[in-house]
Design a protein around this ligand. Structure first.
Ligand SMILES: NC(=O)c1ccc[n+]([C@@H]2O[C@H](COP(=O)([O-])OP(=O)(O)OC[C@H]3O[C@@H](n4cnc5c(N)ncnc54)[C@H](OP(=O)(O)O)[C@@H]3O)[C@@H](O)[C@H]2O)c1
Length: 274
């Protein structure tokens, strides 16, 4: 994993809280640094883009460096600041290093969005244990490692930062609340994320860090297409949520005034029953 050096000059500006050309110095997240995991596609990419438009310097992490570089180029084209990190977050060491590299680049961390995820569906009897481990390592264990690594930085940002608040947002799923057959392991990892988030929320309450939970319903992304959800679910394609819908919800959560914490948002397509 490595941070792209081409960002150094812009990141330096962010470190010094200089005005970034094209980004409104009065924007809600101006002077803040955010890390978004799983930002090479789907909800993560849309969220990184939205947070950058709100003035945050954004670190984006996933395995596909090329996709991250494309996003970073778009963000910089709008006058924003973006650091590209390549990591397999299913590896605990790499997950922790992603947090430290973000702080190394921007000298602070105000927002962590734990979004990276993987799904493999099917009956338990036919399940591949390698898929189970991949889901547990990425959907749950990575959240533990990035969250613990980020906490001291988030607490510092809450105490000394421009907003007097910091945010940790975990992307779970409707499957983290509603159990369905043929989705046992994914659903279990997302239930675990919900439980972890609520305990974390209680632990940091009163210390300036908000722990929020996002539970998307059926969203038209590579994950949904790859997992065969489009064909499996009885919902016309134009009825599915878009990644931008979830990015808007995450940004809403993060940009609340410091006295207001939106703890949880479940967002389904209007036409999704369960
Ligand atoms: N789409 C839905 O219907 C839906 C519903 C409920 C919840 N969610 C949740 O929403 C989140 C985002 O998913 P999405 O729908 O936006 O799907 P997506 O477009 O497939 O995005 C998944 C992201 O995770 C990254 N990722 C996968 N494995 C990784 C690894 N080992 N290390 C680092 N990054 C990894 C992917 O990047 P690389 O491949 O480049 O590594 C990608 O950026 C997930 O947590 C998912 O469970 C989605």
């Amino acid at each position: 994993m490595g941070v792209r050096d081409a960002d150094a000059e812009r990141a330096g500006a962010a470190d010094r809280n200089d005005t970034v050309p094209g980004v409104d110095a009065e924007a809600p997240l101006s002077g803040c640094a955010a890390l978004v995991t799983g930002a090479s596609s789907g909800i993560g990419a849309a969220t990184a883009w939205q947070l950058a438009l709100q003035g945050a310097a954004v670190a984006v992490v996933a395995r596909r460096t090329g996709r991250l570089e494309e996003l970073a180029t778009r963000i910089r084209g709008q006058g924003g600041s973006c650091a590209v990190l390549t990591a397999d977050l299913g590896d605990a060491e790499q997950a922790r290093r992603a947090v430290e590299d973000t702080v190394g680049r921007f000298a602070r961390l105000d927002v962590l969005v734990n979004n990276a995820g993987y799904v493999a569906m099917g009956p338990i009897e036919e399940g591949d244990p390698a898929d189970w481990e991949r889901m547990v390592d990425l959907n749950f264990n990575a959240v533990l490692h990035t969250s613990q690594s980020a906490l001291p930085h988030l607490l510092r940002a809450a105490a000394n930062g421009p907003r007097g608040i910091a945010d940790l947002v975990n992307v779970s799923s409707v499957g983290g609340r509603v159990v369905r057959r043929n989705n046992a392991v994914y659903s279990a990892t997302k239930h675990a994320v919900c439980a972890f988030s609520e305990a974390l929320r209680q632990e940091v309450t009163g210390r300036g860090v908000r722990a929020g939970l996002i539970e998307p319903g059926m969203t038209m992304t590579e994950m949904a297409i790859g997992a065969g959800h489009l064909a499996a679910r009885d919902l016309p394609q134009d009825a599915w949520l878009r990644a931008e819908d979830l990015a808007r919800a995450i940004t809403f959560m993060i940009t609340q005034p410091s006295h207001a914490a939106v703890n949880e948002i479940m967002m389904r397509p209007t036409a999704q029953e369960h």
